[in-house]
Design a protein around this ligand. Structure first.
Ligand code: ZN
Length: 271
């Protein structure tokens, strides 16, 4: 049975209820997972052992802003517990010791520019927290590309500066710039190489998933790559592993519990 992989965004704070706040959703979802007796395993283990007799859940989060690991006083919505605090408190209260994979943007320069342009210069996209997050045991630092090929950047590492779409990373030079360079930069900052890659916006293509990553991923230390979308009862493809996204694939405790129950009934891990 495939593991069910879930994705959260710690920047998703648009109010104080479940539907518009991934921090509140994560806390509630952990309780729902525990209530069903489901094991939560690190995402890397879900890649290493794609099939197991028992059902399993893996947790991930994208974009790597500081709210993954540091509490935040939101200018409009007040105090936000970090994902790391939520995981730590979950364990302290008798829940499983959970490790979540945090997919970060590797380039400090890109994060700095995005913070200024898209996050009011709130300084929520630095990387000072990465080593301590790893040391906590509750987060791993993984790759979400070098600069997300983000449309807000003046200049992306994409060779023609075509931004806002990761499908265009379909050649050796761009794959080196966005994926190999990201692994190297994260390794310098953390002392360990990322083992996982998450395509920005879940956007993948045949060049990366069928050619470049199978050829170069293992030498970079990568075990697998994540897309978005519902898991299907298809052959396991380590370079295109589906994830369900909080706020898109479920928006309430009832929807999340229904999703878990569909997964548990499926017998093979599709939902
Ligand atoms: Zn992203």
């Amino acid at each position: 049975m495939r593991a069910l992989v879930l994705c959260y965004h710690s920047t998703n704070v648009n109010g104080r209820d479940y539907a518009c706040n991934d921090h509140l959703a994560l806390r509630a979802d952990l309780a729902a997972i525990e209530a069903r007796g489901l094991r939560i395993l690190p995402a890397a283990d879900a890649v290493r052992e794609p099939d197991a007799a028992e059902p399993r859940v893996a947790l991930t989060c994208d974009d790597g802003c500081t709210l993954d690991a540091l509490d935040f006083e939101h200018p409009a919505h007040g105090h936000q517990d970090s994902f790391l605090r939520i995981l730590r408190e979950h364990h302290a209260a008798g829940g499983q010791c959970v490790q979540m994979a945090s997919f970060v943007i590797a380039s400090a320069q890109a994060r700095d520019e995005l913070d200024r342009k898209d996050f009011l210069g709130l300084r929520i996209w630095h990387d000072d927290w990465w080593p301590a997050a790893i040391a906590s045991g509750h987060l791993s630092i993984e790759s979400h590309s070098y600069d997300h090929n983000h449309p807000s950047l003046e200049r992306s590492v994409q060779r023609d500066n075509r931004r806002g779409d990761f499908h265009v990373i379909d050649n050796e030079a761009d794959a080196q710039a966005e994926i190999a360079q990201a692994s190297a930069a994260i390794a310098v900052r953390c002392g360990v190489r990322p083992r996982l890659f998450a395509y920005p916006w879940g956007q993948h293509n045949r060049y990366l998933a069928e050619h470049w990553l199978p050829a170069h991923g293992p030498a970079l230390g990568l075990l697998g790559a994540f897309i978005t979308g519902a898991p299907q009862p298809a052959r396991f493809d380590r370079w295109r592993i589906p994830r369900l996204v909080c706020g898109e694939d479920w928006r309430s405790p009832a929807e999340f519990e229904a999703l878990l129950d569909r997964y548990l009934r499926s017998g093979d891990g599709h939902v």
